[in-house]
Design a protein. Structure first.
Length: 279
């Protein structure tokens, strides 16, 4: 009897990840024989650990904070969306031993916003918090949904300005530091920073959300994140964590690895039940 194909999610920290829960259910649902685990690797050890994983027979890796930009250098080839983003969240081993890097984050976010949550992006004002690997993967898909404007805000303004410049051909997009944000409500505010993982909040002006805003945190947990609670305290009545994005981007990775697209609705429902049970 052959051993199951090995997959994992690699990050630092990574113990909180729900990716094993998701991929185990995808495998059972589609009758795929695989094993999926977590790997914690510091930035200094990242390249070595990835090399060892694939040399030891691993078939694919999901890449999470803080390694998404570092993963670009480890892939011999990039999909067009990973190349455009300059960030990789999925590594796959080809038969010739080379690695291909993909980025499924943007597809996952778009499907969650549009299909799961029914949020309209076209013609709306969107604010994206952060300019790191998580943000880079979603800028092109967001602009592809034709918002009226997309603002990227970051603690280091130059990074936000540069990220906006890279995608200026796709629509009305600008970058700035948090003090440069206009104190007026946005239709959709997406937190792509890692602040929520540390129970922290970016330095946001209070007027960027109101009762009509939708606030979305790409992070997730058993309870609402610090960012979502902040938004609710300022009148925002519609908030969501990135559970749907997590499941949708995982399904996109699974499809790339196994050639089968799993049903996401049942797995998202199971994940919500699991989190509710734990809390």
């Amino acid at each position: 009897m052959s051993a199951p194909d090995r997959y994992a999610v690699i990050g630092h920290p990574v113990s909180h990840s729900r990716s094993p829960f998701i991929h185990e259910r995808f495998a059972k649902q589609t009758s795929q024989k695989l094993q999926y685990t977590t790997i914690d690797a510091t930035p200094a050890r990242f390249a070595t650990v990835v090399t060892e994983f694939f040399a030891g027979g691993g078939k694919g890796l999901n890449v999470t904070v803080p390694h998404k930009q570092a993963a670009v250098a480890l892939a011999q080839d990039l999909t067009p969306r990973a190349a455009r983003a300059g960030a990789v969240n999925t590594l796959s081993l080809r038969e010739d031993g080379s690695l291909v890097g993909d980025n499924t984050d943007g597809a996952g976010l778009a499907r969650d916003l549009l299909n799961n949550l029914g949020i309209t992006i076209a013609g709306r004002s969107v604010l994206l918090l952060g300019a790191g690997g998580a943000a880079r993967g979603v800028v092109a898909p967001l602009l592809g949904l034709k918002p009226r404007e997309l603002t990227i805000a970051n603690r280091t303004p130059a990074k936000a300005v540069e990220l906006a410049r890279l995608f200026a051909d796709m629509g009305d997009v600008r970058g700035c530091g948090y003090p440069g944000l206009r104190n007026e409500p946005k239709d959709l505010v997406i937190n792509a920073t890692a602040a929520s993982l540390k129970q922290q909040l970016p330095p946001l002006p209070p007027g960027i959300v109101d009762t009509r805003s939708v606030c979305y945190d790409m992070a997730y947990g058993r309870e609402d994140t610090v960012f979502l609670r902040w938004a609710q305290e300022r009148g925002c009545t519609r908030t969501a964590m990135g559970l749907g994005m997590l499941v949708e981007q995982a399904a996109e990775s699974f499809f790339g690895w196994r050639g089968i697209r799993p049903d996401t609705a049942s797995v998202l429902a199971a994940l919500k039940v699991e989190l509710a049970r734990e809390s």
